[in-house]
Design a protein around this ligand. Structure first.
Ligand code: PHE
Length: 470
């Protein structure tokens, strides 16, 4: 069977940007930046994006385009041994499991969107609102909605599904984001928030902050999840990988900055006296508990209906961002099963979809509804639920490990010259450029080293309660 392809470079860029732009950029980044040095953090983050993440991104995209395979197929074909095949498995199981965790969050967002639309903003702003919602039966209705929507997009395939959805959703998302930023900046005290977001404080850039920033940049660009290998396998030969990679990284960064100009001004207009340390560190707390309060507070100016409208608009924006990320992560196991077993897309979706929904339901029940799922294990000094387990194991631990193995694989197993040749196809200027030297050198040396350090420290911190670095 001929492999499907994106219809153009732009189609690929929007799909990859759709994957990259998610809850991470929209919520986690602004909070992290304002707590950790404002513009100083921003500069650091941008540095990480272009000097550490971009080379990894180029490696994934080239590997995909060269092999025209899903990650398991790519590692198997070039690796030629069992060990690399195992790494291939890891790069398929990881997105599958992170997909479960992302599915749960996307369902929550869909729920918040639904509730804002149906006039229940007051329930969301209630301190018990989030807890009530995630343990309610309503949740399963939203789960069904998200699953069906994801199925419909993925069932359409690369061109008519993924590309079509992202070429509609991404530009809409950009316009909505800009509209919201403009609106929020007109609110009273908004400038206090802008100030907080942008005033640089270099003393805040501790080792721990840098570690967090790098992890955030890595996750935010959808690296080490096999996504860019898979999407890369749908790029046309002669497309310029370098400029596509730079554009995706730039778009993701831009969205992150814009959402800083949205979230922080909103927070300060709600409460100009707020101490930045009061802001929740988790994006979950921010998006599901804090922001609804801000939206509800708008009712004094624009009425309940107006406030609900703004809330719905915001959650729709986040929902679009989450959907395009969810689709990208599920496409990885789907492509692997299709390629590996030679079965149809629809069949692969049915099989993987049912396992994923089952695990999604189990995770959804692990927030206090079913006791043994909510307190499944105890390690690193804390009780962990099933959801925590997935998060710790796959997101925190295996992600840096996958990144590290990918760098070593591309440079030492696939070999620099083959990697360079693949990138050069579509970019004549790459050979002999500074970029080429930098990418080859960094991927073979300090990037895997940094990821190895992060990996070891994470294992020690999470499972043994002992942070080796900070
Ligand atoms: N880039 C996404 C974000 O910032 C993360 C992600 C990508 C999650 C792909 C799942 C799948 O939220």
């Amino acid at each position: 069977m001929k492999r499907e392809q994106f219809s153009s470079s732009l189609g690929f860029i929007l799909a990859a940007a759709g994957s990259a732009v998610g809850i991470g950029n929209l919520v986690a980044f602004p909070v992290m930046a304002s707590k950790n040095g404002g513009a100083a953090f921003l500069v650091m983050y941008a540095f990480f994006v272009f000097f550490i993440c971009l080379p990894v991104m180029l490696a994934e995209m080239s590997l995909g385009r060269h092999t025209r395979q899903n990650p398991l197929g790519a590692y198997t074909e070039i690796g030629q041994n069992r060990a690399w095949r195992t790494v291939g498995w890891l790069s398929v199981i990881t997105p599958f499991m992170i997909g479960v965790f992302y599915l749960v969050i996307t369902v929550w967002i869909a729920g918040y969107l639904g509730k804002a639309v149906f006039g229940q903003l007051d329930q969301l702003a209630d301190p018990a609102g989030f807890g009530n919602f995630i343990t309610s039966n309503e949740l399963f209705g939203y789960l069904a909605f998200v699953v069906v929507l994801t199925f419909l997009i993925l069932q359409g395939g690369v061109k008519k599904g993924i590309e079509k959805a992202t070429t509609v959703l991404m530009p809409t998302l950009f316009v909505m984001l800009i509209a919201l930023v403009i609106y929020v900046l007109t609110l009273e005290n908004a400038m206090l928030g802008v100030k907080f977001f942008l005033i640089p404080d270099f003393t805040k850039l501790t080792g721990e902050v840098l570690n967090g920033a790098l992890a955030q940049a890595f996750f935010s660009l959808s690296l080490a999840m096999g996504i860019l290998i898979t999407y890369g396998s749908y790029i046309q030969k002669h497309d310029n990988i370098v400029s596509a990679g730079k554009t995706v990284a730039g778009l993701s960064l831009m969205v992150a900055c814009c959402s800083g100009l949205l979230i922080l001004p909103a927070v300060f207009s709600f409460n100009p006296e707020i101490e930045i340390s009061e802001l929740s560190t988790s994006s979950i707390g921010m998006i599901f508990m804090f922001l609804p309060k801000i939206f509800l507070a708008l009712q004094t100016d624009i009425g309940y209906f107006g406030a609900s409208f703004v809330a719905a608009f915001f959650f729709l924006l986040v929902f679009f961002a989450a959907m395009t990320s969810l689709v990208s992560i599920i496409e990885v196991p789907v492509a692997s099963v299709m390629d590996g077993k030679g079965i149809s897309r629809r069949k692969a979706l049915y099989i993987l979809g049912s396992v994923m929904v089952a695990l999604g339901i189990v995770s959804a029940l692990s927030f206090g509804r079913v006791d043994w799922l909510s307190n499944m294990l105890h390690y690193g000094g804390a009780d962990k639920s099933f959801f925590d387990l997935i998060y710790d194991m796959f997101y925190e631990t295996i992600l840096p490990l996958n990144g590290l193995l990918l760098c070593l694989f591309v440079i030492y197993r696939w070999k620099k010259q083959n990697f360079d040749a693949e990138i050069s196809d579509g970019n004549q200027r790459f050979a002999g450029s500074f970029l080429q030297k930098y990418v080859n050198f960094s991927l073979g040396t300090f990037i895997p080293l940094i990821l190895a350090i992060i990996f070891i420290n994470t294992v020690s911190t999470i499972y043994f309660g002992k942070n080796l670095l900070f």
